[in-house]
Design a binder for this molecule. Structure first.
Ligand code: ZN
Length: 162
């Protein structure tokens, strides 16, 4: 068995009242008394399909949940022991330090996803926007026009009467 290392996460540092960049649901999940092992040991891992998981290895199992499920369901998230996953997950190194710094941008590094509370994420000026959460992403509004091919059945003109 892999020895569990404390994750050094300070739950007080990711309280939602400290900033909208912190997920209220992730905080609620980790603050649950029955999840105290997760608060102490959980790390974030990526599976071969790119899906993020939060939890810890325990003997032959990975004990945890999909991170996306925690973000949606918070304290109602079901924790499972996943046997198949345990050997395929790769830890996202330094996740908690990045999360403390950047909030949910640590989960959406590419800035392509939507979150609850997204209206606080972007400072918009004209055609540009800058991320308020991590302060490290700028996007430009791009406009384009697409030609759309359409088809329909139409009546043929009647032959002209002579
Ligand atoms: Zn950001």
């Amino acid at each position: 068995m892999q020895a569990l290392l404390a994750n050094d996460l300070d739950l007080n540092a990711i309280e939602p009242r400290l900033g909208a960049k912190y997920s209220p649901n992730l905080h609620a999940y980790l603050a649950l008394e029955r999840n105290r092992n997760h608060c102490r040991f959980a790390r974030v891992y990526r599976d071969p399909d790119g899906v993020l998981w939060i939890g810890f290895p325990d003997d032959y199992f990975f004990v945890g949940a999909r991170l996306s499920s925690v973000l949606v369901n918070g304290s109602k998230t079901q924790v499972f022991a996943h046997m198949r996953l345990v050997h395929t997950l790769v830890e996202v190194e330094g996740f908690w330090a990045t999360y403390v710094r950047d909030g949910r941008c640590a989960i959406d590094v590419d800035h392509t996803r939507g979150f609850i509370g997204d209206d606080t994420r972007w400072a918009v000026t004209d055609e540009r926007r800058t991320c308020n959460w991590c302060g490290n992403a700028t996007q430009t509004m791009t406009r384009w026009t697409e030609a759309v091919e359409k088809t329909a059945w139409v009546a043929e003109p009647l032959p002209l009467a002579a």
